[in-house]
Design a protein around this ligand. Structure first.
Ligand SMILES: [Zn+2]
Length: 136
């Protein structure tokens, strides 16, 4: 689940903890032609709920891209890891904060941003990629 229930955390006294879940990320996050996620994105993060009800989330997103090498079009896959670092506030202090209300925090936007920030521009089959052989 991508929802953190702030009221529940406050009620239970668990102001910090760890989140681990798999996320079916939307394919639109990938900008590379003929490439898709091979499996759901893995999200692992620690959270801390502060006294002003702001929630800090730090951790990582990891996923595997699968598809055609952007240079030679052979089948390729690549494991990617990205940093997840987000602060959710009732009233955001700066542009990087995420706003929330109603006692529930939806992590989706922050996780999508972390995936986008870590997304490579191309998929490569490896260091030995020779590109397309036009001699055919
Ligand atoms: Zn290649």
């Amino acid at each position: 689940m991508m929802i953190v229930d702030v009221r529940k955390l406050n009620a239970s006294g668990n102001w910090s903890g760890r989140l681990c879940f798999d996320y079916e990320a939307p394919a639109e996050l990938i900008d590379i032609p003929f490439v898709h996620f091979s499996a759901p994105v893995r999200v692992e993060a620690d959270y801390v709920l502060c006294e002003d009800d702001s929630l800090e989330v730090t951790g990582k997103v990891s996923y595997v891209l699968e598809g055609q090498c952007s240079r030679c079009l052979k089948d390729a896959s690549q494991a990617v890891e990205g940093e997840l670092s987000a602060c959710f506030r009732l009233s955001p202090k700066d542009a990087e904060d995420y706003a929330y209300s109603g006692g529930r925090i939806d992590l989706t936007a922050a996780v999508n941003d972390a995936i986008l920030a870590s997304m490579p521009r191309v998929l490569s089959c490896g260091e030995n990629c020779e590109g397309i052989d036009y001699r055919g």
